[in-house]
Design a protein around this ligand. Sequence first.
Ligand code: R5P
Length: 291
Amino acid sequence: MAEHDMSDKEKQYFFNTPQQSLPFFLKGSNSYDWGMKNRLARIFNPDSGKTVMLAFDHGYFQGPTTGLERVDITINPLVPYADALMCTRGILRSVIDPSVQNSVVMRASGGPSILKDLSNEQIAVNVEDALRMNVSAMAVQVFVGGACETQTINNMTRLIDKCNRYGMPVLGVTAVGTELTRDARYIGLAVRILAELGAAVIKTYFVPEFETVVASCPVPVVIAGGKKLPELDALRMARNAIDAGAAGVDMGRNIFQSDAPIAMIKAVRKVVHENMSAEHAFEFYQELKNS
Ligand code: R5P
């Protein structure tokens, strides 16, 4: 078939230019396979190295959470401003337009409702179904120090073994029971355990001295938003987390329960991707809200 290459142009082999072998942009992620890296690069913006995930998976244990009673009405308008959508497969299939360009981080553990011991979770989605939905990562909650600590760690490690066959990253979520103190010592312990056991990304709560949590975690850490705060406080939390080395936010209630959710997610993006101060991002939020 060589005769089909009829071009008169001289072939160029660039003998004096070695092929570049660039490091992957995400912390601790250089040794993964191409598919795993590509999925991670759909969650984290390769230019900023960070992500704004929109979390609306709360219904998997607490039903129609305030702001999520009608995901089609309240969440779909926010979708264009999120890098990744964190949700359950039920909501993804029933409500989210399959033509969206966002990556999907799928909630993959569950079981107990708010009426029971929340730590008694099991794996709730298999890898094949996640692949069918073109998911970019699967999220599993681990209750370090909780009643079902070993079971939930086992949920995560078994899922990682299966996900690694397909280049599917697992996002480990540290759950904090009411009986545990949310401080850097505890969060640092939980985050490090999840990373040691193979999670590609960790989601946890922001705490004072968060830089020690990030520094001792070998893979990217993102923060959950937690309960609804005044918008300026939520933006300050995001700013402080990014300054401490976080690779982004996975924020739900502080966006969809805001008085102006679109303005809020746009302001969060300014902090995470454009390094804007919390105060300037709050002004930006107010301008959008009042316009
Ligand atoms: C809890 O239901 C989920 O793990 C949420 O995805 C996570 O808590 C982030 O949502 P929020 O910012 O509302 O805490």
